[in-house]
Design a protein around this ligand. Structure first.
Ligand SMILES: [Zn+2]
Length: 129
């Protein structure tokens, strides 16, 4: 089995302490390990079985993650809205909690650049590309 280790956001989570993605046991940094895709033909996105691990203690959580390609429609302190496309090509707006810095969100909203958002446990935790 191959483990793809994503360099998730230690600094993002660290600097935005108000979001609950730091280790609940020791407040250490969490890293995300994507393990394997979960095949679901009805889902527009490919979810990955995902392990979230603490770098400092034995805390470990198994969850799902996936990526969405889209652009920022709107954001506030807690939520972002991502404009993307459904399986039939129709526009879809998705809303998630996030742990992304405001300066990056502002930049993406202005540029309307299409990027991939990594979503873990219903939180957008990283912007890829
Ligand atoms: Zn910990």
């Amino acid at each position: 089995m191959t483990y793809k280790k994503t360099t998730v956001a230690e600094d993002i989570w660290g600097q935005s302490g108000r979001h609950s993605m730091t280790c609940p046991q020791c407040k250490g940094f969490l890293t995300v390990v994507q393990v394997e895709p979960i095949y679901d033909p009805d889902n527009a996105y490919t979810p990955y079985r995902t392990v979230v691990e603490c770098a400092s203690c034995s805390f470990r959580m198994v969850t799902e993650s996936f990526t969405i390609l889209g652009g920022i429609k709107n954001y506030d302190n807690e939520y972002i809205e991502i404009g993307s496309w459904g399986p039939s090509g129709s526009r879809v707006i998705s809303r998630f909690k996030h742990a992304i810095s405001e300066s990056l969100l502002d930049e993406l909203k202005k540029s309307q650049e299409l990027v991939e958002f990594l979503v873990v446990n219903d939180h957008v935790v990283q912007v890829i590309g």
